[in-house]
Structures are given as structure tokens and as C-alpha cells.
Design a protein around this ligand. Sequence first.
Ligand SMILES: Cc1cc2nc3c(=O)[nH]c(=O)nc-3n(C[C@H](O)[C@H](O)[C@H](O)COP(=O)(O)OP(=O)(O)OC[C@H]3O[C@@H](n4cnc5c(N)ncnc54)[C@H](O)[C@@H]3O)c2cc1C
Length: 429
Amino acid sequence: MTEAQTPSRATRPGRAEEFDAVIVGGSLAGSAAAIALGRAGARVALVEQRPDPQAYKQVCSHFIQASAVPALERLGLLQPMLDAGAVRSSFRIWTRWGWIVPPPDARRAGINLRRSLLDPLLRDTALATPGVESLLGHTAVDLVGGAGERVRGVVVRDRGGAERELRARLTVGADGRGSRVARLAGVATRTTPHGRFAYGTYFEGGAPDHAPDASLWMCDPQWAAGFPTDSGLTFYAAMPTKERLPEFRRDPLAALVKLLADLPDPPPIHEARAVDTVKGKIEMPNVEHEPIAPGLALVGDAALATDPLWGIGCGWALQSAEWLADAVGAPLAAGPGADDALDGGLARYRRRWRRGMIGHARVIEDFSPGRRLNPGERFVFSAAVHDGKLAATMDAFGSRSISPGRALARALPRAAAVHARQARKAVAA
Ligand SMILES: Cc1cc2nc3c(=O)[nH]c(=O)nc-3n(C[C@H](O)[C@H](O)[C@H](O)COP(=O)(O)OP(=O)(O)OC[C@H]3O[C@@H](n4cnc5c(N)ncnc54)[C@H](O)[C@@H]3O)c2cc1C
């Protein structure tokens, strides 16, 4: 790891430092992008506003969907995560018609590791990657270029107020929900409302049935979940609609435990002991940004921050970083003078990003205001409790391993056949 030095004066120095890529944000998306671009041969500056290398995202249920596990494998992080105690698991969903459980041979396993362990693991790996320089405790405050011109780097400020310019052929905004980089670049933004809030914490004991698989309760419209994870802990979370906010504000732990205990087929929450404070987030609109501009790419939540109910943001942070590095790694490593090739790579990244995410993002947005299940969802869910194949399709869709179009094309005819079969059984009985 190379800790870049800070100039002593509190003004921007005359001579800027040059990198192939400067990445703003050293969490999942930024660290993953730094590892992959560094390995591709690029010289990378990783800028993170928090000075502590052990810093981690505080409000997150940490469940990484199966669709992102290959990205972790490619980064060489799967085994270190397992060594750190990560738990592989699928999920089962409670609905008012019963539990939807994919058959064992069709289950796709995601992975669970607390962010307090995961984030430092990724960041340490990034900072140990040859070609990656870290600027911990530095905040990106401005872009070099931008506002209609090609972006050519960022201005960063250290904790003493000193500013410096980091010039790069590619600037990567990995600065999360509310991305300042996206705002400074003036990229197109789409925001849609979200009608729930989230509270949760880690518990010792009282794991849900069938642990280590996660359990989700879709109580239409209330929602709760238990995610078993490392160290024998379970993260229990609730995402109720906003009218239940006052009781959570009054006493978050009591409200969370009550909501979990009142669930149908509840987890043994009274046998569990909270080992952390209950943390929550109240405003979580879906925010989508145009993911590229000349000289600029956005990854992770900076590009697309969706309703966390579906547990996909961490996976998408890792996957978008992977797609970006695949698209621009070679032109960046080829050195200066290849801006056309870089722009071609950015266009490829945009296409891959849109193909992987936008369909899912629209489905997530539609459910996000806190509405009840629609007739199509009721038709499919009520059939899936009776049919392993349909449950497996829902699992593939929920883990974002297949597109919404493909899921619908498989699920509707299957659900119709299951309902017809159930009707015949009922008549025979
Ligand atoms: C309640 C809740 C539950 C969730 N549960 C899940 C779940 O179970 N599974 C899942 O997959 N996802 C979940 N998510 C979503 C997940 O937390 C995010 O999608 C994920 O953390 C995005 O990673 P990221 O690297 O893009 O951004 P972040 O993790 O937000 O990181 C952004 C980084 O940028 C840094 N930064 C910001 N601005 C600057 C700046 N100007 N200069 C320098 N550094 C800067 C920040 O300090 C931070 O380190 C949940 C989210 C919430 C709110």
C-alpha cells in the first residue's frame, strides 16, 4: 500500500498528480473497481473520505445475492470471506399462502458477512494491489473539467483543509447514494419514491428455522427478514410502511422485536439477544444516474441506489465494478492517447450496466412505494408455494440471476398449470 503524501499548504498546488483512474469512494464498489483496474495494469488513486481503514457501512443487512458471487470469486475474495466466517445461504419467503422454498438442487446460494468484516477485507485487498494508491481521509470536493467538458480528475481535500488535484483519464464515482460526483458532473438523474423505512440489528441465538438460509416475510405490505451470518449471529430487519414509524422512533428495539414476534410462523426472537444497537434508515428513494459521461463512470449506489428491500445493492456494487473494469481496463492500461478506445469502453460499460440492471430497477421501483401485491404477483406467489420449479424461478429472479422478462415468461404459464393442477386436486377431493 502506498499512502499518498499531502502537501502542507491549504491551497491547490500548481502541479497535479497524474493517474490512469481516480476512484472516489473506498467501499464495496470503489474497492472492487480499484482491485480490478489495478490488476489490469492501471495506476489508480482510491480516494475515501473516512480516514480509518477499518471503516464500514453502518446501515446494511449485508446479504449478497448469488448473482454477485462470481464477481467475488473473480476478485479472489470468496475464500477470504469464507475464512472470515461468511455463511453461504439461499432464502425462503413467507407469503399468506405458505412458504416459498426452492428445492435444494435448484437453490442459488448468496453469501453473508457483516460489513464490519467485509468492507475492511475489500479495502485491504484494494490497497495491497500493485498500482493502487490510497488517499484515506480525503474528500472529493470538485471535478477537474465536467459541466459539459470531459472530466479529467478530481479535487480532493484532506482533513486539514489542504486541497490537491488528482488528474486521471478516467474518474470513477463510487461515492454511494447521494453521489457528489454524479451531482458535480450534472448527469441525468431519475428519482422515484419509496414508502418504507428500515430498522435492524444483529442478534445472538434465536436463528430462523432452516438457518443458514435466510427467511423473508412478505406480509403484504409489511416486510421482515432474518439473515444468519458469521459468528453465529442473525441480522433481523423490518421494513414496514411509514405509518409504523412513530413506534420505531420511540423504542426501535422493542418495536423490532414486537414486529418479529407478531409475524405468522415467527422466528424464535424471544430466545435471541441483540448484540448491537438497532440502526435504521428512513428516506431511501430510488435514485438512478446516467452511468457515464466523457471521462467519467459511476458504479454501485452512485449509479443506481434502489429500495434495499430486495438486498441487491452490494451485489450490484461488485458487479458494476467488474463490468466497468472489463470494459475499460485494457484502454486504460494502454496508456495516454487512447481516449477513443476509453470512450468505446465506457459505452460498452453503459450497455452492460443497463442490460443487467434497468429491468430489475423498474420492477423494484414499482413495488417500492409500499403497495400491496398486485393480481399477477398473487397469482404467481400462491402457485409457487405448491411447486418447486416455480419456486426455483422466483429464486433465480429474486437473486437477480435472470431478467424480469425471462422470469415472467417462465412463471406465468407454470403458475397457470399449477393452479389448474390444484383445482383438479380440489375437485377430486
Ligand atoms: C437499510 C439498508 C439495508 C441494506 N441491505 C442490503 C442487503 O441486505 N444486501 C445488499 O446487497 N444491499 C443492501 N443494502 C444496500 C447496500 O448497503 C449498498 O447498495 C452498498 O453499500 C453500495 O455500495 P457502494 O460501494 O456503491 O456505496 P457505499 O457503500 O455507500 O460507499 C460509498 C463510499 O464513498 C465514500 N464517499 C462518499 N462521498 C465521498 C467523497 N466526496 N469523497 C471521498 N469518499 C466519499 C463513503 O465514505 C463510502 O465509503 C442496504 C441498504 C440499506 C440502506
